[in-house]
Design a protein around this ligand. Sequence first.
Ligand code: HEC
Ligand code: HEC
Ligand code: HEC
Ligand code: HEC
Length: 432
Amino acid sequence: MKKWPITTIVLVAIILVLAGALIGTLLYVRNQPPPTRGVTPLITVAAQEPDSATWGLNFPNEYSTYLQTTSNNTRTAYGGSEPYSKLEADPRLVQLFAGYSFSKDYNEERGHGNSLTDVRATQRVNDKTPGTCYSCKSSDNPRLWSALGMVEFDKTPFATLGERIINPIGCANCHEANTMQLIVTNPALEASLEAQGKDWRTFTRQEMRTVVCGNCHVEYYFQGEGKLLVFPWAGGTRIEDIAAYYEGIKFSDWTHPNSNAPMIKIQHPEFEMFTASSTHFAAGVACADCHMPYTRDSAAKYSTHNVRSPLLNASVACGACHPDVEYATARVAAIQAQVRTTMDAAEEALVAAIQAIHTSAALPSADVAHLEEARRLHREAQLRWDFVAAENSLGFHNPEEALRILAAATDLARQAQVAALQAAAPASAPTP
Ligand code: HEC
Ligand code: HEC
Ligand code: HEC
Ligand code: HEC
């Protein structure tokens, strides 16, 4: 038998090893490669470890920057980390949220490390508050969700559940221990994605750099007696889909005392607003690109975990992609000022609509059909306005979408006002 020359054998072996490595890599990067930057792990972290300091032993850069979120207090033109009262800054909100806890206490949000202190301090919490309110506040949650299940977690009273919650948002909310892969930890997000036929385990790393924020930065509601956390995404994540969803199940958070309309309070739909075909999302940019940009500490390169307004760090946060940082931040200022002006018009229209409904409803001769139509329009107008108002970027995440929604809100509010006026003078008014 002819012997193979040793060089051929070595060559074939090298080719086989390289091909194997390539196939392995290709299979692996379909999701996320393990992070290789930084120091070699010193300890093994327990699954769902709630204490971020333990993870911090392995990843001091990520941990120390994460800790900075607790002490940030700088305010920007429309955001930042100073927890000023939104009600004092814009007293119209007191009228718009009349009869609801948001008219009593509504502050600008701040860094992740404060999540637990802040949810416990808010006057919006009382003895009827369900455990659901802890859903986005603590790194103890993944472990509790595993132990109790989300149904039990949500229906436990806030105070009782609170005895088992000691850590603010931390590593376990976003990462799997040791592999450090980004994961979906909130069962409500898992369920919502599943309902859309999506499995986050197949998502790319870049997709996960946005989806991981969707664990919390989304619109949600509490379903049924057990106050189960649900994202209203069954029909889609645009505001029209969400409005139709709430209408379909006849859901309301409270009844407005002056208009008598069944109202919806929108929470913080950053994920929905950003992913509604914004320029950046369409270009493949992720939340983490702007809010957790790569940072260099001599030899180490890591994602800063000091999650905050990118305007406080624009040269790094925007500079990675936009060489002209000054131009980019000037655009933010212009976009936010324009959205603010357009939002003011929507708020004026809403206040006028509420007053018109209130006045008309007091008349014994008021036409009920027109009043009902006015109330329906008030609800629809205000939840659209709130989708922009409660979103924390003041339009920057998706300027076109924000302005489009505000235009619709103003139009619907003025229609509500007209319907209320027609209710007062039914003889001259056409049937709605
Ligand atoms: C292209 C960059 C960019 C991307 C991508 C991005 N943001 Fe932002 N974000 C900003 C800017 C700019 C602001 C406005 C900050 C300000 O007004 O001080 C902001 C504001 C915020 C705020 C309020 C911050 C504050 O200081 O009050 C939150 C919360 C937020 N973004 C979350 C997200 C989430 C979640 C995603 C992904 C779904 C995301 N962002 C995607 C740039 C970005
Ligand atoms: C709010 C979500 C979130 C929290 C909380 C969080 N991380 Fe991360 N982390 C990320 C994202 C997003 C990345 C970027 C991942 C990527 O690009 O694949 C990341 C990346 C990392 C990496 C990879 C190296 C790097 O810096 O890019 C390490 C290590 C890490 N985080 C450690 C931690 C530790 C330790 C904690 C707790 C102190 C923590 N993370 C908390 C979202 C989070
Ligand atoms: C476990 C829930 C959770 C996850 C996951 C999460 N956030 Fe947050 N985020 C919050 C809460 C709650 C606050 C408000 C905390 C407070 O005001 O005390 C917040 C605040 C913020 C702020 C405002 C910080 C400031 O200083 O004003 C930004 C920006 C932000 N998050 C961005 C992100 C981004 C980007 C991601 C994904 C990489 C993310 N968050 C993931 C719950 C979460
Ligand atoms: C990961 C890359 C990346 C980062 C980080 C990034 N951008 Fe962009 N930005 C883009 C891309 C890509 C576009 C699409 C337009 C283009 O091709 O220039 C864009 C477009 C824009 C536009 C024009 C939007 C429009 O609708 O025409 C503005 C304004 C902007 N970015 C501001 C910012 C600001 C401010 C920051 C930091 C908070 C930032 N960007 C961070 C990649 C990025």
